[in-house]
Design a protein around this ligand. Structure first.
Ligand code: GLU
Length: 459
């Protein structure tokens, strides 16, 4: 059977690095197993779901290098859910309830004072047809609960019922179905919570592995029971740890700063984001993976740690810089062009190869382009002895071709003439040439400038 996974975001906001951890775990697992990846929008909550968020999520995934084999929208699959709900109703496993939230809260308190577990007591199961008809005639629309299989014969006498599975990340897991309330699958307004549609889709789409955050471990107990109630064998499950901020808070779709969209707009490399999203919280060291193939090779779902993983956005800068330093010109050409570098200029490629080790992000290179092709920046200036030294040094620029050896020849001549060495020897020349006290290797810079331009920059 083809390994089939799905990423099931609800399009109610922008996805962040924690969400794409789930997407990437699925994508990498699929790639390791020659499998298929489904992007399935969990958009049954029509009030909060928005088409523009779904579109952005798809763009974000493609930006990262995830190319879904199939895209599905749950909002378009209502017939399938209605059919499954009807089958459960017919089997007596989905039953109507009429309690208000206040009533449920009151009952919960009573159960607590009686030292009973604060779960739903299944009172609605006792309603007669006449009572239900009466409630509905008085305008009470039912919500529907799934009858958890946590009893032998009498639903009012639940007993410990462990659902077990061997989790791809966490190892042996179990959830006691007697410790939970029968879950509501259909709201009073007739809309579905995500629980049932997810199972129906997993069955109909042939999902073999459900890989998701460990906030869903309890759901898995419930959903495994629903798979079986619908006559299907549950798929394999894997629950990875969630990412938290450095101070330990969970990431939220509302905390826009770490959204994938904002990281892309800030100029981070997709592989820096992907490497950090996947390798944080695992026993594999975090390093910048050059491409998806390398990350696929490094990814080990069983190496994921079980506790929440703190992640530090500052790590992105280091990873990004490492990647940028190796990017070839043809990969960054368009982006350099967008940032203002004249990529058709014959010097553009040599410029990039020189400057890439001095920038944190590709677009930062644009700031150097006019410094090289037009005139020095004005960030640093020369005066006093340094100015006099630089003028004299420019006057002893060696003859011959302007190649990467010129810098060495020039500074040797300047040293002999001035007696200066080290920083005092180099820095005034750097400042004269670029107007900055830091920057690219001057051996590379001189050939880009050419003799005439070098001399034009004599201070
Ligand atoms: N929409 C759910 C979530 O994002 C999907 C959970 C699942 O993968 O089953 O948490």
């Amino acid at each position: 059977m083809t390994v089939t996974v799905r990423f099931a975001p609800s399009p109610t906001g922008h996805i962040h690095i924690g969400n794409v951890r789930t997407a990437l775990f699925n994508w990498l697992f699929a790639r390791q197993n020659d499998g298929a990846f489904i992007l399935r929008f969990d958009d049954t909550d029509t009030a909060r779901s928005k088409a523009e968020y779904a579109e952005q999520i798809e763009r974000d995934l493609r930006w990262l290098g995830i190319d879904p084999d199939r895209i599905a929208y749950q909002s378009q699959r209502m017939d399938a859910y209605d059919k499954a709900a009807q089958a459960l109703k017919d089997a007596g496993l989905l039953y109507p309830c009429y309690e208000t939230p206040d009533e449920l809260e009151r009952r919960r308190k009573i159960r607590l004072t009686r030292k009973l577990p604060p779960v739903y007591g299944r009172e609605a199961l006792k309603l007669t047809d006449a009572e239900k008809a009466d409630l509905e005639a008085r305008g009470h629309a039912p919500h529907w609960r799934f009858l958890l299989p946590n009893f032998a014969d009498d639903p009012f006498a639940p007993e410990r019922t462990d659902v077990r599975w061997s989790d791809a990340v966490r190892g042996e897991q179990s959830v006691d179905l007697a410790s939970m309330s029968d879950p509501v699958l259909i709201r009073g307004d007739g809309t579905y919570l995500y629980t049932l549609p997810s199972v129906v889709d997993d069955i109909e789409m042939g999902v073999t592995h459900v890989i998701r955050g460990d906030d869903h471990v309890t759901n898995t107990g419930v959903q495994m029971a629903i798979f079986r109630a619908l006559g299907a064998e549950p798929p394999a499950f894997g629950h990875h740890n969630l990412l938290t901020t450095a101070s330990g808070e969970g990431l939220s779709k509302r905390s826009g700063a770490l959204s994938i969209k904002s990281l892309a707009e800030a100029g981070y490399e997709p592989m820096a984001v992907a490497s950090l999203a996947v390798l944080t919280g695992s026993s594999t060291a975090i390093s910048a993976m050059a491409d998806m193939e390398a990350l696929t090779g490094a990814f080990d779902i069983t190496a994921t740690t079980k506790s929440a993983a703190k992640f530090d956005p500052a790590d992105l800068d280091g990873l990004n810089q490492t990647l940028v330093h190796d990017l070839p010109f043809d990969v960054v050409r368009t982006r350099l062009g967008d940032a203002g570098v004249d990529v058709d200029d014959p010097r553009a490629e040599a410029f990039w190869v020189m400057i890439r080790s001095n920038v944190k992000k590709v677009a930062d290179a644009a700031d150097w382009w006019p410094v090289i092709t037009d005139r020095p920046a004005k960030d640093a200036a020369l005066d006093g002895d340094d100015l006099a030294y630089a003028r004299a040094a420019f006057d002893c620029l060696p003859e011959g071709t302007v190649d990467p050896t010129l810098w060495k020849r020039w500074t040797e001549a300047a040293k002999a003439q001035s007696g200066r060495k080290g920083r005092a020897l180099f820095m005034p020349l750097r400042i004269a040439l670029t107007g900055r006290a830091w920057g690219p290797d001057l051996s590379d810079l001189l050939p880009l400038l050419g003799r005439e331009e070098i001399l034009r920059r004599r201070p």
